[in-house]
Design a protein around this ligand. Sequence first.
Ligand SMILES: Cc1ncc(COP(=O)(O)O)c(C=O)c1O
Length: 426
Amino acid sequence: MDYLNCGREELEKEYDALVKKYENVKGMGLKLNMARGKPGKEQLDLSLEMLDVLNSKSDFVGADGMDCRNYGILEGIEECRQLFGEILGVPSETVMVGGSSSLNMMFDTISCMMTKPVVDGCKPWYEVKDRKFLCPVPGYDRHFGITEYYGFEMIPVPMTENGPDMDIVEKFVENDASIKGIWCVPKYSNPQGITYSDETVRRFAALKPAAKDFRIMWDNAYCIHDISDTPDELLNIYDECKKNGTEDMPILFCSTSKITFPGAGVAAMAASDNNMRVFKERYNYQVISYDKLNMLRHIKYFKDFDGVMEHMQKHKAVLKPKFDIVLNALDSQLKTVGIGEWTNPNGGYFVSIDVLSGTAKRVVQLCKEAGVVLTGAGATYPYGNDPDDKNIRIAPTFPPNDELETAMDVFCICTRLAACEKLLSK
Ligand SMILES: Cc1ncc(COP(=O)(O)O)c(C=O)c1O
């Protein structure tokens, strides 16, 4: 049956059947959650032994001879900078290792540029009254939250299968000096799981911004988070920028939140000397040094980059079946009625679904009333405003597999019910 091309009578019958199914589901008293991209318990258990590699008998001295229990080394211990350099594909000298959250480092970075220009002669951003930020959509709500908090006008840029629409990015960035930056999740983007094509990365590196202090917030949160045997490859932005003489433009971020423990992992950022000089001056005032014991714990546990990549295989083994559950449900319950479009990512943490236009909010509400919590409709757009009311982000990682199956069945019933309601109300 194809909802968009069937007769009204047939659709009414389908609607009646769905209402019955929905009432049944509501009676089950479910309490399920597919809202936030959190690792599940099985994933957290994978890193438990890391907690045993440091104890009162350990050697706490890092490679640079520093006792990691004490204050010191603002940039983080050398071996950790090296590891993150390999993860991000940049020289270790450009890396600063921070606390447990890369989002925190992004917030601090924007906050720093609000008060201190990163380029001589430019104004701090708080003085730029009409400051703007480009926001590829759908995107990550917490990115948008930072730039909303700092009073940027956020301009949505549509995502394509190759990354943000670069014709639009170039037009804005190269003609408008009030555009100060862009949010990017270049590999396995949140929420679509899209990896930017080589051409997209090259066009980013070749940008000639009207604003000398335009910066690319390159949040590589999912850079090694493959779930497929044929993972995506992302071109190295740092190398491309070097070729173009634009190495001051990108600021790279990542963390071990989805490698070891969210909230108790290690985060890092990397940027050119010109940027880092300004950022470090601020860090100097805000912190003496970050948690080096946690850095050491990660290094002792993983040993090196290969150790991290081996560990990611274990995550993959847990996550692949979860993505399969989501995609199988969508294929068997939505594709069959011609409703919805979704991505089939090779990695990351999400599946992004466009339901029938004008029904995303209704789907989320129906799910909630049936005991299944989803990310709010609109959350993937700046100001929570999805103009077509169609995008929903599914986070399959947290629920156990049996709960995920049930939650997906409920989601599909609600998506179909909302579509029937909408089509019959025409
Ligand atoms: C794209 C992206 N960046 C950053 C984060 C948060 O990272 P952290 O835990 O290092 O602050 C998330 C978490 O979901 C994310 O999806």
